[in-house]
Design a protein around this ligand. Structure first.
Ligand SMILES: [Zn+2]
Length: 64
C-alpha cells in the first residue's frame, strides 16, 4: 500500500472529500471503447476539482 499526500493540481489544496468509490469510467476514443479499473474519486473542497485515484492508493490526512 502506498501513501500519497493529497494535493489538488489546480489550487494545491489538501482537503478533499470522497465523491465516489469503486467508480469505473467508460469512454470512447475514435473507434475504441475503454473501461477503467475501479477508482476512488475525490473532490477538492476548495475548487471542486475531481481527482481520480486507483483504489489501492491511501491518503494521509492533514488538518490545518
Ligand atoms: Zn482544488
Amino acid at each position: 500500500m502506498k501513501q500519497k499526500q493529497l494535493c489538488c493540481p489546480i489550487c494545491h489544496g489538501n482537503k478533499a472529500e470522497i465523491a465516489g468509490e469503486n467508480v469505473k469510467i467508460s469512454g470512447r476514443f475514435e473507434d475504441k471503447e475503454f473501461l477503467t479499473t475501479p477508482l476512488t474519486v475525490l473532490q477538492c473542497m476548495q475548487c471542486g476539482y475531481y481527482m481520480f485515484f486507483e483504489k489501492s492508493a491511501q491518503f494521509t490526512e492533514k488538518n490545518s
